[in-house]
Design a protein around this ligand. Sequence first.
Ligand SMILES: Cc1ncc(COP(=O)(O)O)c(C=O)c1O
Length: 391
Amino acid sequence: MESNQQFETQAIRAQIERSQYKEHSAPIYLTSSFIFDTAEEMRDAFNDQNDAFIYSRYSNPNVNEFVNKVCLLEGGEAGVAYGSGMAAIYTTFMALLKSGDHIVSCSSVFGATHTLLTKYFIKINITHSYFSYDNPDSVENLIKPETRFIYIETPTNPAINLLDLKHIAQIAKRNNVLLIVDNCFASPYLQQPIKFGADLVIHSATKYMDGQGRVLGGVVVGKKALINEIYLFGRITGPSLSPYNAWTLSKSLETLSIRMERHSQSALYVATALEKETEIENVSYPFLASHPQYQLAKKQMRLGGGILTITLKDYEAAKQFMNNLKMIKISPNLGDVRSIATHPASSTHCKLTEEERLSVGIAPSLVRLSIGLENADDILNDILQALKSKS
Ligand SMILES: Cc1ncc(COP(=O)(O)O)c(C=O)c1O
């Protein structure tokens, strides 16, 4: 693989070695284990003396192809992939932390990540301190001797707030802690946190990486020494990505750039049109000039991405709007070719208290829209009819 190739080329051309059949497109290696010609070869594989495949809980050609591609696209030295985004987050945290350690995290994180921190890690004495996205300078005061890393998402799910990657990375370096970024909303095509100084980047590959709402997956890339620790923990505990899902995700990455271009173009078109609608109190989209962090978005993102939120009058109006949608379906997923509407307060973030939700910008009147790849006018028209319909 030539390292001077551009993003689009790497996303297509990074491929595992061809088999003796000289296939053009990589085949699926659906096998739980691999064979060895001699007992010595198997012994050496188990003792890290060669890099032969052993067992698909450890690694597999399709998983390797997917991981290598994400490393190229994100600029990571090494990577590991798991069965879902949450498996990637959990495995990373468990591999890098021990009882007594502390995390400084932005309070605007995915609902399940919040539950992991507040309900489960507490049980094993791994504590956290939250900072608000609009007060990044408080991070420095929250760092303690036991702090291992700073954890952030940008843009945040679902409120579409941004964190300044360069600024947070500088704070992390100055205080000798790691920076871990969940880059799921942007995808590597729009934003590469490692370039700004992040140590590890995590993705729910279920979202834009698959992009077609088919498979679950998660991936972590970054510094080799950290990835090795995560790999060793994952190899023992088994949150593995299936070869079939890895193959699907690797194929999907081939079209990531053009999908992200179109998602972003249509989302900006819809967001701009919705700003004029009187039924909507606020439209939040990073590349709208009205977004409070528009300048930061321009600085660290190539385009605005496919997600926007609208704030309606109240919960009743939000419910009515969602129930009136005809083409766009109600679902918790995002980053699909099909446009999706989600009500975060009653679904993805329902485990937060009302107070916690409000503090991270999740009002009962907020609806998250994942703008798909249907015709942009068809998407807009469905949203407009749902807003105007009185039933
Ligand atoms: C920002 C973010 N991180 C992590 C996850 C978890 O990913 P998965 O559903 O693949 O476990 C999600 C899922 O929606 C997400 O939006």
